[in-house]
Write a protein that binds this ligand. Structure first.
Ligand code: HH2
Length: 261
């Protein structure tokens, strides 16, 4: 999953793709490099980010999604949003998956996804982006995150979402300390055991900076190391900024390891 932020303020690529033409070119590039899906986001959820009114978010993402469905040569798009109103416009504009970092907190989200037969990624977050990194606490982070995801999956299915349309995500960096993030990566098997494909988004994140001591623009190697660890632990989808490098690393990893991962 290639990341395409149409935000002025995302933590690593803010402002790069606000223009639909540039966004389409970037998505075409990602498709050529081996991305299976492009994740379009209009609201940054980086630590400290304030929520965005949904009309502003829609105004950012709709022209890009429309341009992608016209011109991006069949690369499916997902919409990274917590808002059912934004998701509705995005699905109308051709998106096939809703990437919801709040796991369906908007009461309109599950009915919409069910009605449209779309896919949905349910992610765990403790708190809200504005304050989630202030003092995150867990008893046992792995079992708490797994229990949350299982409960949200059950809630989605009860509202008509097809179980086979659900992806689960532990939400690396969303209300978690460095220790919590590492515990979740090491304990990913507990989330994989819930029986749905698991998405991991660790690309360029703070945890990579914590481990390597590198600034955000210099975290490619660390991000790839973490991505491979996620695949080894059973992740099925990697949400990344650097598609070409990640795909190459995966090709070499799977070929040399001989697992067909
Ligand atoms: N991380 C971000 C955004 N959306 N979605 C999922 N499913 N999993 C993630 O880990 C995840 C996500 C990070 O936030 P943002 O500030 O939007 O930055 P970027 O999109 O550049 O990663």
């Amino acid at each position: 999953m290639g990341i395409l932020n149409v935000t002025p303020d995302s933590f690593s690529d803010g402002g790069a793709y606000a223009d639909p033409g540039r966004a389409v070119a970037a998505a075409q590039g990602m498709a050529a490099e081996g991305a299976a899906i492009v994740d379009v986001g209009g609201e940054s959820t980086r630590p400290g980010a304030a929520p965005l009114p949904s009309d502003l978010e829609t105004a950012r993402v709709a022209p890009v999604l429309e341009a992608l469905s016209r011109d991006a040569a069949g690369l499916p798009a997902s919409i990274d949003t917590r808002s059912a109103a934004v998701a509705q416009v995005a699905l109308d504009a051709g998106a096939v998956l809703v990437n919801d970092v709040s796991a369906g907190a908007d009461p309109g989200m599950f009915p919409l996804v069910a009605d449209r037969g779309a896919g949905i990624c349910l992610m765990h977050m403790q708190g809200e982006p504005a304050t989630m990194q202030d003092d995150p606490r867990y008893g046992d982070v792995v079992s708490e995150v797994a229990a949350f995801l299982e409960a949200r999956m059950r809630a989605a299915v009860e509202m008509g979402v097809a179980e086979h349309a659900i992806i689960l995500d532990p939400g690396i960096g969303f209300g978690k300390t460095a220790e919590h993030n590492v515990a979740l990566m090491r304990g990913l098997g507990t989330i994989v055991a819930l029986g749905r494909p698991v998405l991991v988004g660790v690309s360029r994140k703070g945890i990579i900076g914590d481990i390597t001591g590198r600034e955000v623009g210099d975290r490619l190697a660390g991000s790839i190391g973490a991505a491979l660890a996620a695949v080894e632990a059973g992740a099925a989808v990697l949400r990344v900024h650097d598609v070409r490098e990640t795909v190459d690393a995966l090709k070499a990893f799977t070929e040399m390891r001989g697992s067909g991962a």
